[in-house]
Design a protein around this ligand. Sequence first.
Ligand code: PAF
Length: 294
Amino acid sequence: MSDPSAFGPFAILRTAADLSGRVTRWRRQGRRVALVPTMGALHDGHLALIRAARSAADRVVASIFVNPTQFAEGEDFDRYPRQEAEDAALLAEAGCDVLFAPPVAEIYPSGFATTVTVAGLSEDLCGAVRPGHFAGVATVVARLLLLCRPDTALFGEKDYQQLAVIRRMVRDLAIPVDIEGVPTIRDIDGLALSSRNRYLSASERDIAPALYRILGEVASGLAEGRDAASLCDRAVLALKSAGFGSVDYVAVRDAGTLDPVSRLADRPLRILAAAHLGRARLIDNIGVDPDSAS
Ligand code: PAF
């Protein structure tokens, strides 16, 4: 493991006051600041966010905070991988300036009583099977944005519904920040990179790329003018016969609003899915453009 201090003036900050002081200093110097919120256990997908942040801003802050409020009872909060020293070295090497890694009490001080809920968007898809999840995400992201006050904040498109919830929250609350979505980074066989992929056994890892392949089949069917509902039903069966366990959903949605759609017409669509494989719950999504129609 490399020593983060070997990569220049990289700093790990633990308190909101220290973060705010650092960002205020940068702003006085006329620097543009980017924030990349994460829960750690970093992989190349996160490092792509740091690289995109580097090109969008002069200074990059990454946060690592395994946010308890976005995990429901019985989910993987306790076993979520925590490897701060390794993550810090990766961030420093990728050109991040500050890692904000606060204790829980710094994000949720005693007496903290506010929850940010984005109605509608948060109740569907992943929200339907993980009640309260997006309220936890929206609340922590609002808090991080307001503590850091970046010019821009970057999130991966792999968590496409999360990105939509965050965009809506920022718009509704007029939080002064640009939200940038960064395309999903995939392994060579198509599996979207995720910190939770490490829950897969070797044989499950061999099955996992079927998720991306099957989303691609739904995309081809839509491009041929076929009906979304029957394509999604077939995709659920295909996932199960590939070896997946329960399938939470396969859905075709308007790429902007996430409203249900029945077939490809004149607007970009997003095909989204969540399915269980061993101890892992995998999510993925791909886009379909109207000009892909055959
Ligand atoms: O995508 C994640 O890692 C988390 O949901 C986020 C955005 C850092 C909020 O905890």
